[in-house]
Design a protein around this ligand. Structure first.
Ligand code: FAD
Ligand code: NAP
Length: 435
């Protein structure tokens, strides 16, 4: 993919972009283009494309922002508005989004192509930047997304169905080129197919959903999505936290590219409203999956030394990716301890995997606490308590950088938070997963 992008640069032939239905282009580029491709006709392109203001700007090296602009905006507190541009070769159309932010990665952009609507939502801090257009020509189903992290540039490479030149990218659709607080954007859904469903405990299952090939979506660590199903004529929506396919996923040979699958550990409540319906889905059936949400920020894990995870029941789900990410990507990490609260042994999700991981990686320890254990249980029992916590939350050194994550039934999380404050952990050292 990177090779393709590198090859594209010298071939860049035409740029046009909407800015509030404005048209901007670099004359220098077009002139160059005319020599390369005779089909580029500037006047006819203006007539047939978007109406609006025409702006001139100085020619820049392809795909680069002026240096001063990048440094200035990166230094600012809040995000400044991104912009986009596009160019084409005979067979490809590349849409480039300049976020002007450093912390951009493949999780930051969500792309959906449906019929002739093309939608790319980029999440920048608490804001959302949307490129939303009806493409002027047909494209193939699959596309690639590349991110140049150090300059915050995103390239979406579309494959043309026909090798003809596009006079414009297309027409703007709702909220095209908007940059608004994320909380003010509605949830966008795409239909995903159920590809497998496996029993994990007596009431919890691992569901695997496949994204459509025309979607690029990676759920960031610690975030959740909403699943939507029509139930008795009404669309019902509930939040769920994607997990990895196992605690050892990074050690396994990938059978298929894993970014097209989303895994969920979901407890089925027989008297529940949503989960019995979800459990009725057959392999091959479709379910709608939203864009991600959540306030966990991956930088909370940077330079961490001690990570403590307090999970009750399916409150374990956000811990899965946090645990995997921390063990794989945080070199400063000295220990990770999970205290996992359940009713009985039969309720413990992925118990043998957790025990294997503790055996394999000496930084990781797990402790199970049961509220209604069988007579033979020799481990810890009871509910979350100051006594349990103060014994468990032992720092590797007096000054170690610590994060404690909590998730479970709301009263569990609320009581846990209060206990942690009473134990003198600061707000920055605690993250609770809530709705
Ligand atoms: P509900 O209809 O909500 O019922 C749940 C239980 O409560 C049932 O036992 C039901 O009998 C009982 N109940 C319902 N109403 C009452 C009442 N009035 N009085 C007494 N009891 C009642 N769950 C997961 O399994 N996996 C996840 O990854 C996951 N992630 C989540 C992420 C977030 C951010 C949040 C907020 C929740 C998450 N959940 C997760 C929980 C999930 O969203 C649902 O709440 C859960 O699946 C139950 O949905 P339901 O409609 O089947 O059950
Ligand atoms: P559960 O089996 O009902 O409970 C798990 C353990 O927690 C049990 O030992 C239970 O004890 C104990 N517990 C329950 N209420 C408690 C309380 N008030 N104080 C102390 N301990 C308590 O759990 P579940 O059915 O899997 O439910 C998990 C919850 O996590 C759901 O409410 C779900 O919404 C939430 N969740 C949230 C997120 C998120 O990101 N926000 C993600 C996933 C799940 P007893 O049963 O013996 O009382």
């Amino acid at each position: 993919m990177i090779e393709t992008a590198a090859l594209l640069r010298p071939l860049t032939v035409l740029r046009c972009s909407f800015t509030h239905i404005a048209f901007s282009k670099t004359i220098a580029n077009v002139n160059t283009v005319k020599k390369v491709h005779r089909w580029v006709n500037y006047e006819s392109m203006l007539k047939e494309c978007l109406v609006g203001r025409m702006a001139m700007k100085p020619a820049l090296p392809k795909g680069m922002l002026p240096q001063s602009q990048v440094t200035d905006t990166l230094a600012k507190e809040g995000p400044s508005s991104p912009s986009y541009d596009w160019f084409q070769t005979d067979s490809l159309v590349t849409i480039v989004i300049y976020t002007k932010q450093k912390d951009i990665n493949l999780d930051s952009v969500i792309v959906d192509h449906r019929d002739d609507s093309f939608r790319a939502e980029t999440v920048i801090k608490d804001y959302s930047y949307l490129v939303h257009v009806a493409l002027s020509h047909e494209i193939q189903e699959d596309f690639s997304v590349l991110v140049v992290e150090n300059v915050g540039k995103i390239e979406i490479i579309l494959k043309k169905k026909e090798n003809i030149s596009w006079k414009c990218l297309g027409h703007p659709l709702e909220n095209h080129n908007s940059f608004i607080p994320k909380k003010d954007t509605g949830l966008f859904y795409r239909k995903c197919q159920l590809v497998s469903k496996e029993d994990v405990t007596h009431d919890t299952k691992l569901f695997c959903l496949m994204l459509p090939p025309s979607t690029h979506l990676q759920v960031p660590v610690g975030q959740h999505v909403y699943l939507k199903l029509p139930i008795t004529g009404t669309e019902i929506v509930k939040p769920y936290t994607p997990v990895s396919d196992s605690l050892f996923s990074e050690f396994k040979e990938p059978v298929l590219p894993n970014n097209i699958y989303i895994y969920f550990l979901i407890k089925i409540y027989p008297a529940g409203f949503f989960t019995p319906e979800l459990d009725q889905l057959q392999i091959g059936d479709y379910i709608s999956v939203s864009n991600p949400e959540g306030n966990f920020i991956i930088s909370q894990l940077q330079e961490l030394e001690d990570l403590f995870l307090l999970a009750a029941g399916t409150g374990f789900t956000p811990m899965v990716k946090v645990l995997n990410y921390a063990l794989t990507n945080i070199p400063s990490l000295r220990k990770v301890k999970l205290m996992f609260f359940n009713k009985t042994e039969d309720d413990i999700i992925w118990r043998s995997q957790l025990e294997k991981l503790a055996f394999k990686d000496k930084r990781f320890e797990v402790e199970f606490v049961l509220s209604a254990p069988a007579y033979e249980w020799s481990g810890k029992q009871g509910y979350i308590s100051p006594a349990l916590l103060s014994e468990f939350l032992e720092r590797s050194s007096d000054t170690s950088r610590v994060l404690i994550c909590l998730c479970g039934p709301t009263p569990f999380t609320e009581q846990g938070m209060k206990m942690l404050h009473d134990l003198n952990f600061s707000k920055d050292e605690i993250h609770s997963f809530t709705a």
